[in-house]
Design a protein around this ligand. Structure first.
Ligand code: GTP
Length: 592
């Protein structure tokens, strides 16, 4: 008897702690080896030679003398990974909606709750951290009850920290979450809800079997790519991988086929048996779809081959990462890289720098534009410097449906921000007396940069944000170029709304003036639309040597100063004769 469930929670509401408590209570991890946040530990992954990073854990549980198997499936928590979240949810029949009793519902929880409801999951609402003195369980139970349509008394109260209520929660999972249904005799169909690259074993694919059976030493077929592979191992995680001869209807586990790239075993795809394939896949497969692009360039041009190698390696375990080489007049040889969103971009950059020891310059991220020319031809623009010249009929830009949750006192400032970002209000609801949900249609370009930061600072950190793709719209957009010393610097080109172009140009020129250090000569900065200059500034020539300040005497001070300069150097790039710091390339981010 199987129950498959996941936990939906906002960051820090206690998902990992609750998962730990469940592992402990079910005896999957004993007291002694229980370490805080067992499932989150990277070192454990390394020790075991397999990534167990909480994708799915099997736990035995006994209720009234009957034995059950509980499969807890992990869901990624960030807006960039909505599609991955939807696939994890599709592998479950129930979801625990976990909410911090001192914080209440956040936008991300809400977004994931909607996804869970769309997937027809049974929702178990739970308040966590009831041991906290600041907990307000009655208030938030009412809020949650209102949201999911139950009685406040139906909202379970637990403390993942002390363990209070967790046993009752597991019993409730058994009682309320529907058992999986499927046809054991039908051709096998299993949903891939996660796929992880492991250095020792190649790709480990996490599946939920819907119909039939997947077994060891069998040729399986990936229905979207039509590729076939032999299963070298199938098994379950509890909490270490345990081989098993087969996975049957409703079961959750992993399979290893020896493939080396996660692209060959994609999240959302359906696995079937090659010799007796299912006629129809499980549906819902969608190839990864980059939303944000940026140029990545090695600071030292000689590192280009290393950058290529590093990207090739990262792609082994990141199916959503796309890239192709590009050349920039200013930055030399690099790559245009596509990401699911800004967090994804940060993660990739950090990994390239940390794991591969590369020093990189990244250009300001931009969204993808579809430019239709008057002659009917179409350009997909992933790099602003490649914005077409000539007669443009219309420009389409991606838009998103954004949800902001915040205390009601901030409504004014939030609406103001959304309006300033070319938003179109879709609606507003009170979740409780003092908390609102505000929905807006916004151009993705307006929020990928600093929208979340602006929102946080306007609301003292109390607002949360989530967004979802909502197609595209036609907008009046123009390309603003930046010239240094009269030469256009392609890496500084940006696409902005025509009404904001002038303000943007002025702000950008000012910002660059601040950021570009004084050189031996004067550096004029201009912002232009086509041949029309809309703003100008200049960086005055340097007069004195920096060390001249130190009067020769204090050697430690001198050394410190030199070191500081060296630090600064690390992120400088020569563009023509001008030395430009990394910050300048993303300056556009903070001028908007
Ligand atoms: P992410 O992994 O960042 O998404 O967070 P999470 O949702 O997994 O939260 P996590 O379990 O890491 O808990 C966040 C913080 O809340 C930690 O400091 C926990 O110790 C604390 N915490 C979790 N549950 C409880 C609880 O029931 N009571 C109290 N007082 N603290 C808790």
């Amino acid at each position: 008897m199987i129950r498959n469930f996941c936990i939906i929670a906002h960051i820090d509401h206690g998902k990992s702690t609750l998962a730990d408590r469940m592992l402990q209570l079910t005896g999957v991890v004993d007291e002694r080896s229980m370490r805080a946040q067992y499932l989150d530990r990277m070192d454990i992954e390394r020790e075991r030679g397999i990534t167990i990073k909480s994708q799915a854990v099997r736990m035995p549980w006994r209720v009234d003398g009957a034995d059950y198997v509980l499969n807890m499936i992990d869901t990624p928590g960030h807006v960039d990974f909505t599609y991955e979240v939807s696939r994890s949810l599709a592998a479950c029949e129930g979801a625990i909606l976990l909410i911090d009793a001192a914080q209440g519902i956040e936008a991300q929880t809400l977004a994931n709750l909607y996804l869970a409801l769309e997937a027809d999951l049974h929702i178990i609402p739970v308040l966590n951290k009831i041991d906290l003195p600041s907990a307000q369980p009655d208030k938030y139970a009412a809020e949650i009850a209102h949201l999911v349509g139950c009685e406040p008394s139906d909202v379970l109260r637990v403390s993942a920290k002390t363990g209070v209520g967790v046993k009752e929660l597991l019993d409730l999972v058994v009682a309320d979450v529907p058992a999986p249904v499927g046809d054991p005799k039908a051709p096998a169909r299993a949903l891939i809800f996660d796929s992880v690259y492991d250095t020792y074993r190649g790709v480990v694919t996490y599946v939920r079997v819907v119909d039939g059976e997947l077994s060891h030493r069998e040729r399986v077929l990936m229905m979207s790519t039509k590729a076939t592979h032999e299963t070298l191992e199938v098994g379950v995680i509890s909490p270490e991988p345990i081989k098993s001869p087969a996975l049957g209807v409703g079961e959750v586990g992993y399979l290893i086929t020896g493939v080396k790239e996660v692209r060959q075993s994609r999240v959302g795809d359906t696995v079937t048996i090659a010799s007796r394939p299912a006629s129809k896949d499980l549906g819902g497969y969608r190839p990864p779809h980059p939303m944000v692009y940026a140029g990545l360039y090695p600071i030292d041009g000689a590192d280009f081959p290393e950058l290529r190698e590093a990207l090739d390696k990262l792609q082994l375990n990141d199916a959503a990462l796309v890239y192709e080489p590009e050349t920039s007049g200013a930055l030399g040889f690099g790559f245009r890289v596509g990401f699911l969103g800004l967090l994804h971009m940060e993660i990739v950059r950090e990994r390239l720098e940390r794991e591969f020891n590369l020093d990189l310059i990244s250009t300001a991220p931009n969204v993808v534009y579809r430019v239709v020319m008057e002659d009917g031809s179409e350009h997909i623009v992933t790099n602003p410097s490649e914005y077409p010249d000539g007669k443009i009929a219309e420009v389409h830009e991606p838009i998103v449906r954004a949800t902001v949750l915040a205390p009601a006192e901030f409504i004014g400032t939030i609406l103001e921000l959304c309006q300033a970002r070319r938003g179109e209000q879709l609606g507003m609801d009170y979740l409780s007396e003092d908390r609102v949900e505000i929905r807006y249609l916004l151009p993705l370009a307006e929020i990928v940069f600093d929208f979340f930061d602006a929102l946080k600072s306007r609301t003292k950190g109390f607002a949360s944000l989530d967004y979802d793709e909502a197609g595209e719209q036609i907008s009046k957009l123009v390309k603003v170029d930046v010239l240094l010393h009269g030469e256009p610097v392609d890496a500084f080109s940006s696409i902005v709304h025509a009404d904001a172009a002038y303000t943007y140009g002025v702000a950008m020129a000012k910002k660059l003036k601040e950021l570009i250090p004084r050189q031996q000569f004067e550096v004029p900065i201009q912002a232009a639309i086509g041949s029309r200059v809309i703003a100008r500034e200049s960086v005055r020539a340097l007069r004195k040597d920096v060390l001249a300040k130190c009067y020769g005497g204090d050697i430690t001070r001198k050394r410190k100063l030199l070191e500081k300069q060296k630090e600064g150097k690390k992120r400088m790039k020569m563009v023509g004769r001008v030395e430009i710091p990394q910050e300048a390339f993303v300056a556009a981010l903070s001028t908007g």
